[in-house]
Design a binder for this molecule. Structure first.
Ligand code: PLP
Length: 392
C-alpha cells in the first residue's frame, strides 16, 4: 500500500522518532517506580522532573504549575471539577457552544447532577466568540469560565486573554482547553491571566495516554484522583513514566519547531486551500481566516456528503476527517458548524484537513490532484447537486 497522505493531525499525530527514542529506555531499562526510595527509582523521578521543566518552558510556566494527567479529557474534567469544588458557593459555569465534547458534554452533565447553571456563549458566522455575550453572562455566581484556545474543527482562535480578564474581574476561575493550540501557537502563561490550561500529548507528536493540566500558582486546586501522593498530592496513581518523558521531549521539539510550524505548515495549508477553492466549484472555507491555527482548514463542498468525500479520499490513501473524530459515526452535522450558522447543505459536505510538521508538498499535491474528480463525481450522483448545476 502506498504511503498515506495524513491530513488528520487534529485527531492525532504521529509520534516523533526523537520522542520514541527518548521514551524507549523507560519501557526497557529504567522501569523503577519513581516513588521508590532506592536510587534506581529515584533516577526515574528525576526524569519526570526534567519532562516537567521542558513542558513548563514551552508554556512559559513554572514546573510546579504542571500536573501530568492521562489525556486532554482528564485535564478538562479535573479543571472543571476543581473549580466547582474550590468555589462551592458559586453555581454557574460559562463555556461556548463550540467546545470539544470533553468540555461541552461534561458541563451539560453537571447541570443535571450538581444543580448548577450553564451558559453557552454563541459564536458568529466565522466562529468568533461573542465577547458581549460573555461580558453579560459572567457574574459573581460564576465559578469557572472554560473556553477553548483554538477550535479543533475550524482552527479558529478565541481571544483567551480578553476572556480571562472578564473571568478575573468577577473572581471566577478561567480555564482554557488548549489541546489544539499547544505546539501550534506561541503560549506564554507568565504574561497571562489564564488560571488553568489543558493539553494532550498525542496532539503534539507524543503518544496517546498522556496529558497535562497547568494550574497557576495560587489558584485553588482540588484533586480529581485521590490516593497516593504523586504529582505533589494533586493526581494520585503511579506515573506513566515513558509517556511523561515522551511528552517532555515532544514539548522540547515543539518549542524548537514552533516558528517553522507557523510558516512552512501555514504555507502548505494555504496552498491546499487556494488550490481547492480554485478547482472545486461551490467550495467555501468555514471559520475566521485571519485568526486560525496555521495547520487547519475546514472546507465545505456544497450539496455533497462529507462522509462520501472521506471514503473516496480514503481509497486514494488520503486521511482527512469530517467533524471531530469523537463525533464521527453520527450523521448529524457538526455542532460547531451549526453554532456558526453554516447552511445545512454546506455543513454536511464539510471536510477538515489538518496538517503537521511531517506534512509534505507531495501530500498537498495528492489532494489537489484527486479532489476535483471526487467532487464532480459525487455532485453528479447527488440529485441536489444536479439541480444546482442546472440553475448555475
Ligand atoms: N479538547 C480538544 C479541543 C480536542 O481537540 C480534544 C481531542 O480531539 C480533546 C479535548 C480531548 O483530548 P484527548 O483525546 O487527549 O482526551
Amino acid at each position: 500500500m502506498a504511503k498515506v497522505a495524513y491530513f488528520d493531525n487534529n485527531a492525532t499525530t504521529a509520534v516523533a522518532p526523537e520522542v520514541v527514542e527518548a521514551m524507549m529506555p523507560f519501557l526497557t531499562e529504567y522501569y523503577g517506580n519513581p516513588s521508590s526510595i532506592h536510587t534506581f527509582g529515584g533516577q526515574v523521578a528525576n526524569c519526570i522532573e526534567e519532562a516537567r521543566e521542558k513542558l513548563a518552558r514551552l508554556l512559559g510556566a513554572e514546573p510546579s504549575e504542571i500536573i501530568f494527567t492521562s489525556c486532554g479529557t482528564e485535564s478538562d474534567l479535573a479543571a472543571v471539577y476543581s473549580a466547582m469544588r474550590s468555589l462551592p458557593n458559586r453555581r454557574h459555569i460559562v463555556t461556548s457552544r463550540v467546545e470539544h465534547p470533553a468540555i461541552l458534554n461534561l458541563c451539560q452533565w453537571l447541570v443535571g447532577r450538581e444543580k448548577c447553571r450553564l451558559t453557552e456563549i454563541a459564536v458568529d458566522h466565522q466562529g468568533r466568540l461573542d465577547m458581549g455575550q460573555l461580558r453579560d453572562a459572567v457574574d459573581e455566581d460564576t465559578a469557572i469560565v472554560t473556553l477553548m484556545w483554538a477550535n479543533n474543527e475550524t482552527g479558529v482562535i478565541f481571544p483567551v486573554e480578553e476572556a480571562a480578564a472578564v473571568a478575573r474581574n468577577h473572581g471566577a476561575i478561567f480555564h482554557t482547553d488548549a489541546v489544539q493550540a499547544v505546539g501550534k501557537v506561541p503560549i506564554n502563561l507568565a504574561d497571562s491571566q489564564v488560571d488553568m490550561l489543558s493539553l494532550s500529548g498525542h496532539k503534539l507528536h507524543a503518544p496517546k495516554g498522556v496529558g497535562a493540566l497547568y494550574v497557576r500558582r495560587g489558584t485553588p486546586y482540588v484533586p480529581l484522583i485521590r490516593g497516593g501522593h504523586q504529582e505533589s498530592n494533586r493526581r494520585a496513581g503511579t506515573e506513566a513514566v515513558p509517556n511523561i518523558v515522551a511528552l517532555g521531549k515532544a514539548a522540547e521539539l515543539a518549542a524548537e519547531r514552533i516558528e517553522e510550524e507557523n510558516s512552512r505548515v501555514k504555507a502548505l495549508r494555504d496552498r491546499l486551500e487556494e488550490g481547492l477553492l480554485k478547482s472545486c466549484p461551490d467550495a467555501r472555507i468555514n471559520g475566521d481566516r485571519e485568526n486560525r491555527l496555521p495547520n487547519t482548514t475546514n472546507i465545505s463542498f456544497e450539496y455533497i456528503e462529507g462522509e462520501a468525500i472521506l471514503l473516496l479520499l480514503d481509497q486514494e490513501g488520503i486521511c482527512a476527517s469530517s467533524g471531530s473524530a469523537c463525533t464521527t459515526g453520527s450523521l448529524e452535522p457538526s455542532h460547531v458548524l451549526r453554532a456558526m450558522g453554516v447552511p445545512f447543505t454546506a455543513a454536511h459536505g464539510s471536510i477538515r484537513f489538518s496538517l503537521s510538521y511531517y506534512t509534505t508538498d507531495q501530500d498537498v499535491d495528492r489532494v489537489l490532484k484527486v479532489m476535483p474528480g471526487i467532487v464532480n463525481r459525487l455532485r453528479e450522483i447527488s440529485p441536489f447537486g444536479r439541480d444546482q448545476a442546472k440553475t448555475a
